[in-house]
Design a binder for this molecule. Sequence first.
Ligand code: AMP
Ligand code: MG
Length: 331
Amino acid sequence: MQTEILKLNADSVEKAKNLLLNGEVVAIPTETVYGLGAIGLNPTAVKKIFEIKGRPSDNPLIAHVHEDYDLSKLVHIEKGYAKKLIKEFTPGPLTLVFYSKGVVCDEATCGGKTLAVRIPEHKGARQLLKAVNQPIVAPSANLSKHTSPVTANHVYNDLNGKVKLILDGGKCKGGIESTVLDCTGEVPRILRAGLITKEMIERVCGACEIAEHKDGDEVKSPGVKYTHYQPKCQTALFYESELESAKSLYNNYLSQGKVPYIMCQTAFDKEFKGYNILSLGESEYDMANNLYDKLLEGETKADIIIAVAFERYDGVYLGVMNRLKKSCGRL
Ligand code: AMP
Ligand code: MG
């Protein structure tokens, strides 16, 4: 199969729409990462997503709709806090889990009782969703376990020959996947952390829990149990109290004639003068924005990416550290 990358415009959106309505999958930009989309009412098309990615069959997909689409066609929105969250944070990088009305097919929900829904903010994604006027289910547009793509080229590197069309909407500005929030209980519960933080949700709802992913949880996020986000080179992660270990691992690689890179925020620049650097920028938002881009750049030129980070879990750090730990195998 020939894979075409087209700049996002009215013509390419029309082409993507027709492919989707014909049961094909299309890679599309969003404000978080690139998604691999199919119409959520078409089981055959949805199955293609799992095949292309090599995604485990018990890991459900998020259904994306335009803000003009009536979410209550798809899910039961019962809790008052959920209505407030929709008003406050959508369109945006927040995914809400509700009991499903069964409109989106079982292949997408993996036969579960719940459906995760999101209204993206990205202009191109909105154009396509508006044109299609149906839910598009989409996981990240990478091969399962690999780092999620934030540019059309990243998608191409993983899915060349496996999809007909990649819509190129530039680099995703968020850089990590959406916050996934269980809205079936009395209190909203974060299943996967992201740019809409626990603190932001608490401000709107008064309370917000973080799922511990224990056996027996009624609503689970199967995705969190899998190995994830891993680049194709070796990785390691050290905290600010372990700088000497990071340096000695780096020097160890150098002495074997290998190419190590340090990946860190600019706050660590002084410590690593003269080292090969993959810079994550200054703030935690920069870090989210750069993380996958730098992991994917690193895998093309490094034998090992040695990440160095503050061990912080407040605000956006929670989501960033979750990705960083998984991509570097330090859990
Ligand atoms: P991805 O788009 O590849 O980041 O995967 C979507 C994420 O949302 C995974 O972590 C899924 O487990 C999670 N997810 C999707 N649908 C549901 C659902 N109905 N309940 C809980 N988590 C879900
Ligand atoms: Mg993914």
